[in-house]
Design a protein around this ligand. Structure first.
Ligand code: URA
Length: 227
């Protein structure tokens, strides 16, 4: 929302009145006198007018959670338990997910109230790596490595998946690195290789955020140090 619109709405002074207050140097944003009446204000900015609080700054919150199997990557659901049901934090109702995992999948899920942070992590254009450990119901052929790197045509979405990195760790165990997150992407890619089905899918990393070894399934923690 623009600063002048916020002031106009909260103080009931109309756009012209708001502009006059701002240009008169009586409005401060995040501790500094505002000069641009049309600047964008987020809910993380504190706004004062003549020293009185017009908008208190919301605290940015970033969490990581170790999702167990059977829990839905959603913030509410009429039937299933969701990741939010596992979190006990006073501001949990402000959170949304930065990328989902299927209900049967496990591992790292990030939650935040900061849309810019989650968009940067989820947008395929930013090429943030997501790393998964994948168990399969039969041996993975070596040709799969090239097929993953070439990409697969997904007719439903009308696109070819971006090059994915597949490392075969054991006959039926692989590490997959993606820079996007299409619906059931890894399951669908493996299925194209001789109908392979997954026995497990566990996310271990999203960009710089690694699932800590001491964060047990069902546990969460605040990620500190992000502004
Ligand atoms: N790919 C899948 O198929 N499922 C997930 O949960 C994540 C990636």
């Amino acid at each position: 929302m623009k600063l002048e619109d916020l002031i106009a709405k909260r103080l009931g002074v109309g756009t012209r009145g708001a502009r006059a207050l701002i240009l008169g140097g009586r409005v401060a944003v995040a501790g500094e006198i505002a000069v641009d009446h049309r600047r964008e204000i987020s809910r993380f900015d504190e706004v004062l007018c003549e020293g009185a609080v017009v908008q208190a700054a919301m605290k940015r919150l970033h969490l990581m959670l170790h999702k167990p199997a059977g829990i839905l990557s959603a913030t509410s659901d009429p039937v299933h338990r969701t990741v939010l049901d596992l979190i006990d934090h006073p501001d949990k109702d402000t959170l949304h997910l930065a990328g989902r995992l299927d209900r049967s999948s496990t591992g790292l899920v990030l939650l935040t109230n900061d849309g810019r942070w989650s968009e940067a992590l989820s947008d395929p254009a930013t090429k943030v790596e997501k790393v998964y450990l994948v168990g399969t119901d039969r041996p993975i052929p070596v040709e799969a490595v090239e097929r993953f790197a070439e990409g697969f045509w997904f007719a439903t979405e009308g696109l070819t998946t971006r090059p994915a990195h597949l490392e075969i760790l054991e006959e039926c165990l692989a590490r997959v690195t993606l820079v996007e997150g299409r619906y059931h992407q890894i399951k669908r890619m493996f299925h194209r290789i001789d109908g392979i089905r997954l026995t497990s899918l566990h996310r271990v990393r999203i960009g710089p955020h690694e699932l800590p070894g001491d964060l047990a399934a069902g546990q969460w923690r605040v990620i500190a140090g992000i502004d």
